[in-house]
Structure formats: structure tokens, C-alpha cells
Design a protein around this ligand. Structure first.
Ligand code: 5GP
Length: 202
């Protein structure tokens, strides 16, 4: 059978909607998907490990990556830079592996411009109240950062119409089930399986 490129999955939506939790659970259930480790200038949180959760970089190092064209997309989010390194992602995709990016909305829209055949999924919180509660519960940000993140979330939610799918994160197991179903359906799309029909039409 003909080898095909992996699927690029972009999981996006407001911070605190639970993208990270859904992504981790999806990867636990689907270990063949590769997680794209982002670069950031944000300080590591306790328990975050270099190269696993992020590549932690200084502002100058990050700007160097931008200048050298090493990032597929990048965005400033609440005072820090975040970006997707191209190299590991391209390598995995061309080896036929699916890759997942967990990124905010400005970056996701840049990816959509560059790779329109990616799969774009918006993770939405059940409500803005639920979002506020989650960010507070996480307890990793100061109150003014939380306020900034909530204001950003209101803007991000308006961009949902740019995506292929929306998953409301009401219950993690149900939301992960929906994500997995989307991936299964997407791989069955006729446009994603051109080689199946090559013989008949040539
Ligand atoms: P956090 O600081 O909570 O880890 O991430 C803040 C926001 O940045 C989250 O919405 C997260 O999904 C997003 N993010 C993480 N990595 C990237 C990236 O490589 N590019 C972009 N555009 N956003 C990212």
C-alpha cells in the first residue's frame, strides 16, 4: 500500500478550556500520535520539564528562531512568545505519523494558512464561568494574569467559526471520545485517500 503523510491535528481554543488535559488523555489512548513540543519564553511551572513540556528559551533565543525561519507559527500570548518548531513536526509527518499541536488561536490561524489540509479542532469550555473556575483552580497564575487570560479567552471564542470541528469540554472522557471519533472520521475522508482510487481512474 502507498505510504501517506500523517495527519496534522491542531487542537486550539482558549487557555483553561482543558486542551492540555484532553491532549494528554488522547495521547495516552493513542500513543502513535506525536506531540509537537513548543518553544516558549515563559518561565517553567513546577514539574515542567525542558524538551517534554516545552523548549524554554530566552527572548533573544526565540527571536533567533523566528529570524532563521525555524517556526511554523508563533504568537505572543499574555506577555510571552510561543511557537511551533518545524523540524520535528515535518519529520514525523513525512514518516506517516500523525502530529498534534496544542496551541492558541492566533497561531492556529497561521497554521491554517500554511497547511490548509490540517485538521483544526476548537476546544471550548462549557461556559466562561467554568473557564474562570478552572484557571483559578489550577492555581499557577497570579490574579492579574488570570484576568488577562480570561479577557483573551473572550476574544478567542469568537474565532470558533474558522475551525473544522468544535469539542465542548464538559466531561473529559466524553470529550476525548469525541476527539477520537473526529480523527477516525477524518482519516476516512475521500480526499485524504486518493490512492485508493488511482487504479480505477488511470
Ligand atoms: P501555557 O502558558 O498555559 O502553557 O500556554 C498558554 C497558551 O499558549 C495556551 O493556549 C497554549 O495552548 C498556547 N501555546 C502553547 N504552545 C504554543 C505554540 O507553539 N504556539 C502557539 N501559538 N500557542 C501555543
Amino acid at each position: 500500500m502507498e505510504k501517506r503523510d500523517g495527519l496534522l491535528v491542531v487542537l486550539s481554543g482558549p487557555s483553561g478550556a482543558g486542551k492540555g488535559t484532553l491532549c494528554r488523555e488522547l495521547l495516552r489512548q493513542e500513543p502513535n500520535i506525536q506531540y509537537s513540543v513548543s518553544a516558549t519564553t515563559r518561565q517553567p511551572r513546577p514539574a515542567e520539564i525542558e524538551g517534554i513540556h516545552y523548549f524554554f528559551r530566552t527572548k533573544a533565543e526565540f527571536e533567533g528562531m523566528i529570524a532563521k525561519g525555524e517556526l511554523l507559527e508563533w504568537a505572543e500570548f499574555c506577555g510571552n512568545y510561543y511557537g511551533t518548531p518545524i523540524f520535528a513536526m515535518e519529520q514525523a509527518l513525512s514518516a506517516g505519523k500523525d502530529v498534534i499541536l496544542e496551541i492558541e488561536t492566533k497561531g492556529a490561524l497561521q497554521v491554517k494558512k500554511r497547511i490548509p489540509h490540517g485538521l483544526f479542532i476548537f476546544v471550548a469550555p462549557p461556559s466562561l464561568e467554568a473557564l474562570s473556575e478552572r484557571i483559578h483552580k489550577r492555581g499557577t497564575e497570579a490574579e492579574e494574569v488570570i484576568a488577562k487570560r480570561l479577557a483573551t479567552a473572550r476574544q478567542e471564542i469568537k474565532l470558533v467559526t474558522e475551525y473544522d470541528y468544535v469539542v465542548v469540554n464538559d466531561e473529559v472522557p466524553a470529550a476525548v471520545h469525541r476527539l477520537r471519533s473526529i480523527l477516525v472520521a477524518e482519516k476516512c475522508r475521500v480526499q485524504r485517500n486518493p490512492f485508493l482510487f488511482k487504479e480505477e481512474h488511470s
